[in-house]
Design a protein around this ligand. Structure first.
Ligand code: HEC
Ligand code: HEC
Ligand code: HEC
Ligand code: HEC
Length: 460
């Protein structure tokens, strides 16, 4: 079994508990190697349902005793008290008072059957096979792909990963494919019903926060051992983080044109929530809380595009694709500015930035991310980017990055576990400062990051 790399993510849990509820414990692990890029086209084969996976000689064991995969995945996935089991209750929550209240405010009579909800909290009607059950919530096949064509064959010792993928299993070992699958629900897609519009949040839906590597660790139910590495390769935490950041930027910019038709402009979900949801006063003695930020040259009063992932991506580019970094940063600034101009100009700037984000995703997928680069990344995120953390969402993403990158160093054996654990209180302090968006204190947060950076340097 895997031990937590740098602690139990308790700080993360307290942190998300502010946005949501419930305290959960998570376990983290990871290794290092390479994998291919280019998100595969995703085929919507029929879902056979979790019951089809739950045979006692398949994934339905009580203990992780399988010779190859753990085989207790169904049990892990079903544990409602843990973060690994969170997807099994995705549909059940729609029957609870919070979801019902969201539905009432939106005028949806039955949220538990509404496409606007079950496209992320269940499965769309088009993929339901004969044994499929709505109560499964986000079942195995919502992530692994409809098993219509691979259910019978994939357990054979002769079936290679490539054979399974050819039959429609999704290659989640590839960070680009994984990012694309998770982002569909953990940000949105152009498929019907799969987008958390601002009006959903205004009706009571939690804000969606995501970081590919950390969230993978939180729901993980597989071992990345030698057998796994031989079959699939292990991308490693740093690559997974970097590709996840690039594809999150790419996804938002892809969805922007279609979600910008309204008279009020792009859906507000694309922006930093706190750029609108702030308090202000007409009393000139009360200081203006918005801070100027050289990363986004925009006039006062323009809604701020949520650049949490753009900030991370800039750091990753400086370290792993320095030849692209400068144009990425120039395009980011141009994009922020263009969002205050006319539609054609904004969409043109978005398209240019999106193309560069996609290039960066491919570059990261082909990068091994050694120890020196990981340390350089940490420095870039915590120190090089410090001026970018004027606002809550970027700050939250930076703490997740520090946590993820430190954990990756530990699991790759590049930093001593005890030394990393000693750093936990500093990380916890930064998590605590990024816990309540209503009490965001940028200078205190920047100081906390600088402190982590100093301690990290000592680990080199
Ligand atoms: C684009 C995908 C998406 C759509 C559409 C969506 N949700 Fe969610 N929902 C999520 C994700 C992801 C989370 C978890 C957020 C997190 O904590 O990061 C969530 C969380 C929730 C929660 C909190 C669950 C808990 O355990 O605390 C409720 C309640 C909820 N959604 C209800 C709804 C309702 C009702 C609808 C339809 C009106 C809906 N959702 C539509 C993706 C979606
Ligand atoms: C939220 C997405 C998600 C859900 C839901 C999910 N998985 Fe996974 N699963 C993953 C990811 C990511 C991995 C690691 C990448 C990989 O190797 O596929 C993984 C890995 C696995 C592995 C290890 C594969 C190997 O080659 O060693 C098995 C087996 C597995 N999952 C079975 C299941 C079963 C059975 C269910 C349903 C009870 C399930 N998964 C539900 C995302 C998910
Ligand atoms: C079909 C939609 C769907 C897909 C695909 C999906 N998720 Fe989720 N995920 C959800 C929903 C809905 C929730 C909220 C469930 C709840 O709280 O009841 C959630 C919750 C989570 C949580 C808990 C978040 C928190 O703050 O408590 C983690 C971690 C997570 N997902 C990771 C992943 C990862 C990693 C992937 C990709 C491998 C993935 N998910 C793919 C729908 C999805
Ligand atoms: C461009 C400005 C803008 C941005 C950005 C914005 N909102 Fe709003 N929000 C509004 C307006 C306008 C309302 C409606 C106010 C009302 O109903 O009185 C609102 C209402 C809300 C409400 C319900 C009203 C309340 O006061 O409780 C919530 C919750 C909310 N937004 C959450 C968010 C979240 C989460 C984000 C970021 C993903 C966000 N908003 C981004 C402008 C914005």
């Amino acid at each position: 079994m895997h031990a937590p790399a740098t602690g139990s993510h308790r700080a993360w849990n307290r942190f998300v508990a502010r946005l949501r509820h419930g305290l959960r414990i998570a376990v983290l692990a990871g290794l290092a190697m390479a994998a291919g890029a280019d998100a595969a086209p995703i085929d919507r084969a029929l879902h056979q349902g979790v019951a089809s996976c739950a045979g006692s000689t398949c994934h339905g064991r009580q203990e992780a005793t399988g010779p190859r995969v753990r085989q207790n995945e169904v049990m892990t996935w079903s544990d409602p008290a843990s973060l690994t089991g969170v997807h099994s209750r995705a549909w059940r929550v729609l029957n609870e008072p919070r979801a019902q209240a969201i539905g009432r405010r939106l005028g949806i009579t039955n949220v538990a059957a509404a496409p606007a909800c079950i496209s992320c909290h269940g499965d769309p009607a088009t993929v339901r096979g004969p044994r499929w059950q709505q109560s499964d919530g986000v079942g195995c096949e919502a992530c692994h792909g409809g098993s219509e064509r691979w259910l019978a064959s994939h357990a054979s010792v002769k079936a290679s990963h490539a054979d399974n993928v050819a039959r429609g299993m999704w290659a989640l070992n590839d960070p680009a494919v994984r990012a694309s699958v998770c982002l569909d629900c953990h940000f949105g897609s152009d498929k019907p019903g799969q987008f958390v519009f601002h009006r959903l949040m205004a009706a009571g839906h939690p804000r969606i926060a995501f970081e590919l590597d950390l969230f993978t660790a939180l729901q993980r139910h597989h071992n990345e051992d030698a057998d796994y590495a031989a079959r699939k390769g292990v991308a490693g935490g740093v690559k997974t983080w970097a590709v996840g950041q690039a594809l999150a930027v790419e996804r938002a910019l892809s969805l922007l044109p279609a979600q910008s038709a309204s008279l009020t402009g792009p859906d507000f979900t694309f922006y930093d929530c706190r750029s609108c949801h702030r308090t202000f006063s007409d009393d000139p003695a009360v200081p203006i809380v918005a801070r100027t930020n050289s990363w986004r040259p925009i006039p006062p009063g323009q809604p701020v595009w949520n650049d949490e992932q753009m900030i991370m991506l800039a750091a990753a580019a400086r370290v792993a694709a320095p030849d692209v970094a400068r144009s990425f940063e120039a395009q980011s600034r141009a994009f922020h500015t263009a969002m205050g101009g006319d539609r054609a100009g904004a969409m043109k700037a978005a398209a240019a930035l999106k193309a560069t984000a996609a290039t960066l995703a491919r570059r990261f997928a082909a990068t091994a991310f050694d120890r020196a680069q990981t340390f350089a990344l940490i420095e870039a995120v915590l120190v090089g980017n410090a001026a970018a953390y004027t606002d809550y969402q970027g700050g939250a993403q930076a703490v997740m990055a520090a946590d993820t990158l430190l954990s990756a160093l530990v699991t790759a054996g590049q930093v001593n576990r005890a030394a990393a654990v000693a750093l936990r209180p500093d990380l916890d302090r930064a998590y605590a400062l990024a816990r309540d968006a209503n009490r965001w204190d940028a200078p205190a947060f920047q100081a906390a990051l600088a402190q982590i950076a100093t301690r990290m340097r000592a680990l080199k």
